[in-house]
Design a protein around this ligand. Structure first.
Ligand SMILES: CC(C)(COP(=O)(O)OP(=O)(O)OC[C@H]1O[C@@H](n2cnc3c(N)ncnc32)[C@H](O)[C@@H]1OP(=O)(O)O)[C@@H](O)C(=O)NCCC(=O)NCCS
Length: 154
């Protein structure tokens, strides 16, 4: 076999106290706050920061330029995006074309949601399968593609 093999693993990860990580995962260069939970088959790339007590469920992908606050819930198979193909195709590693995502505190993201590079304020619920394409600036429940506000929080 002539393929260039790379190993998944846990490399250069900063962890607070009481962090749980369920292997197999691919985590590198990221920071996990106190009490963070990471389920299996998750990838978290470098410079990602995840706040205290946030849970990342299995099969989610959290790319560079993403910051997630504390007490959040990231459901199964949630995909974050930093390369929007804005210039007609993939940026092919040109970070100057990547954009950031900021998730506030107490944000719950339903399974299989896709989060484009946006900011989401504190206290937001994102429905399963939603595609979030615009900043969310007020608390509430949002769902659909593109995600729209369903209702305020109770
Ligand atoms: C978005 C969500 C929070 C809304 O819950 P709710 O407020 O109880 O909403 P309802 O079930 O009353 O539905 C209200 C409307 O929104 C629609 N809706 C609900 N969830 C939706 C979703 N994920 N995407 C698109 N539309 C959705 C419903 O079809 C309904 O539409 P209608 O009024 O035209 O019939 C919930 O449906 C959801 O997606 N939760 C995510 C759960 C999850 O992924 N958990 C992960 C851990 S297992």
């Amino acid at each position: 076999m002539t393929a260039n093999l790379r190993q998944a693993g846990i490399v250069d990860v900063t962890t607070g106290s009481g962090v749980t990580i369920t292997e197999p995962v691919n985590l590198y260069g990221c920071a996990l706050g106190d009490g963070v939970f990471v389920g299996p088959f998750v990838e978290i790339q470098k410079q990602v920061s995840i706040g205290a007590r946030t849970r990342i469920q299995s099969h989610s992908f959290i790319c560079e330029f993403v910051t997630i606050g504390s007490d959040c819930f990231v459901g199964h198979g949630v995909m974050f995006i930093n390369d929007t193909f804005a210039s007609g195709g993939p940026a092919r590693g040109d970070r100057t074309k990547w954009r950031a995502t900021n998730i506030g505190d107490g944000v719950s993201i339903g399974s299989n949601a896709t989060i484009m590079p946006v900011s989401i304020c504190d206290g937001v619920v994102i429905g399963a399968g939603a595609v979030v394409t615009r900043d969310i600036k007020e608390p509430g429940i949002y769902a659909g593609n593109p995600a729209r506000k369903l209702r305020a929080l109770p």
